[in-house]
Every structure is written in C-alpha cells, then in structure tokens.
Design a protein around this ligand. Sequence first.
Ligand code: NDP
Length: 337
Amino acid sequence: GKVLVTGANGYVAIWVVKAFLEKGFAVRGTVRSQSKAKHLRQLFQSHGDKFEVVIVDDITKDGAFDDAVKGVDAIAHTASPFHMHADDPNEMIIPALQGTLSVLHSALKYGKGIKRIVITASCATVLEYGPEPRVFSEKDWNERSIREVNEKGRAAAPGDKYCASKILAERAAWDFHKQHKNEIAWDVTVLNPPFVFGPVLHEVDKPENLNQSVKVWWDAVVAGQFSNEDLANNGDVWVDVRDLATAHVLAITTPEAGGERVIVCSGPFKWQDFVNVAHRLYPKLPAGNTSYDPTKAVHMLSYDTTKERKLFGIKFHTLEEMTKDTLEDFVKRGWVS
Ligand code: NDP
C-alpha cells in the first residue's frame, strides 16, 4: 500500500514516514518547499522509489491536496502548527482547521482508493487542567481552551491558542466524515498523543530551533532552565516519538480502529524524572532538584489507556530508554558531551 504523510519534514512525521517504510509501505510525503524536501530525500534514499516528496506550498488552499491524494491507500495527516508564539489565534487555527479540511476535501474528490485517514490530533483536544488530579479518556473534550480563545482572543494563553487549533481541526474531521459517509470508502482514526519526546530525525541546526516539545525537554533537562520548584512539581504525560510513529502504522493497519479516537501515551512525569536519568548518564548535565522524591509526586493528569491497549497494545519505551537515546542523539550532534 501507499500512504500520504502530510508535513513529512516535522519531528513526529519523519518518524511516521520511517515506520511506514520499514513496514513495507510506499510513502508520499508533503512539504511546503523544495528546500525542505532535500533532507528527507537523503534520509530515505535507501528506500528508492518507495519514498517520494511532493510540494504543497499552502495547505489551506482549496484543492491543495488534489494531486497528492491520487493513488494512495491511506493518509496520515500530521501537518499543523505547534508553537507558543502566535499573536492572533487564527495564525494557528486557520492552518490546523483548513489544512485538515483541504486534506479531507481532496480525499473526497480524488481519493478513490483511500481506506483510512489518520489524523494526528493531541491530548490538547482531550484535557482540561484543573485544581484536582484527574483521569481523562477518549470521551473527554477540552471545552475550556475554546472558551478562553473566544473570550480573550489575542490575549489568550499561547497553550490555549494551540489547543483551540487542535480541537477545531479534530472536530472538523469527525463532522466531515459524518456528513460524507455515504459518499466515501474511507473512515477516520484520530490519535491523541500527549507531550512527544525522543530522538530527532528532522533537520535542525541548533537546539534553539528544535520543535516545540523537544525544545522544552532540552530547556528542562540539558539547559537547566527550570527552577527546582518546577522540576519537582510540574509535569504532564509523555509518549516516545517512536511509539507514536508505530501507533500511526497500527492506526492504518487495524480495521477496528476506524471511527475511534485513541489516546496514545506512556505515562505521567515530573521534569525532574528526566533530569535524574540524564544526570546519572551524563554527570556534567544539571542535577536539578536533588530533594525530589518521585514516590511523593502527585500527577495532576493521567489517561485511561484501555482503548490503546485493546486496539494496538504498543510496548512503550521507558523514560530511561527515551532519555538515553535522546541524549545519545544530542551527543552525536555535538550538543551534549
Ligand atoms: P513540528 O513543528 O516538528 O512539525 C509540524 C509540521 O507541520 C511541519 O511539517 C510543518 O511544516 C507543518 N506545518 C506547521 N504549520 C504549517 C502551516 N501553517 N502550513 C503548512 N504546514 C505547516 O511539530 P511536531 O512534529 O511535534 O507535530 C506534528 C503533529 O503532532 C502536529 O499535528 C502536532 O499538533 C501533533 N502533536 C505533537 C505533539 C508534540 O509533543 N510534539 C503532541 C501532540 C500532538 P514546516 O516545517 O514547513 O513549518
């Protein structure tokens, strides 16, 4: 089979491309410009004509993916802005929402052979931070970020602008499928990952230019920019990028995953958990908060992973493995010694 991967040069997407190629799929990746295709072509050179890159310069345009969807059996739509420096919320919402809709419109028109479309959503569409620890599941929707962005606009928190973009995009995908289900042969699977960490395959010249999630990990673990208070008390839930890539393959190869949103996560963390492993492996890295006691950590968020276990049963990388492999990658790049 052949899979279309949108935003193929992104941190997550490039691992997704790799996972599909290694499972024997042919992959067509989309990027925004020729300059972004070069690194990908080099990286996957050994796969010959099983890997191709096409340029979609503006994913928000009507018909943007009309050519890209022709001849593919499935789509993994990952392209979406993920950063914390948007002023106008529409800087994030328009590409996330219109990008998703243009993929779906093109699939409706020209995706005759398509059986499944996987959307890389986020736990951002699921969770609402609150004062008490809470377990979330696929039944939950983040309504709060939409309210915040509606009420505050540009003044909304950067995280809420990002969450809103992901929520509106995911909702639009479900609605589109519902509206057109009698005209199409494909169904939709949505993956909802939390913070994604792990080694980097995409093109990055320096740590400052890392993608959002790995940049935060760098700031906490390598650059020592978090206070002791934050290291011990702040955290979230994480997944290894390689496991999320596996989930994209399983989302396409598992028939029962059709019509499901699936939370794909490894477990909760406090930043000091990564710092502890990193400092043990590389004593020159910051020790962080040496009075942190992981047995006393209160995790505010966690996810019910019943559905993932039933559908996919991924054997997730541990926090130690991910930290070790990420730092080895940074060492190879000359960023850590
Ligand atoms: P990256 O920033 O590394 O990749 C984002 C990809 O989307 C790039 O290919 C980028 O292209 C493309 N993109 C961004 N904005 C636009 C736009 N306006 N028009 C067209 N393409 C655009 O981020 P990740 O790999 O981390 O994210 C990939 C997906 O995973 C996203 O959907 C994100 O929401 C989701 N996700 C990520 C998590 C994480 O912790 N990393 C957690 C949960 C979900 P370009 O390089 O040209 O800008």
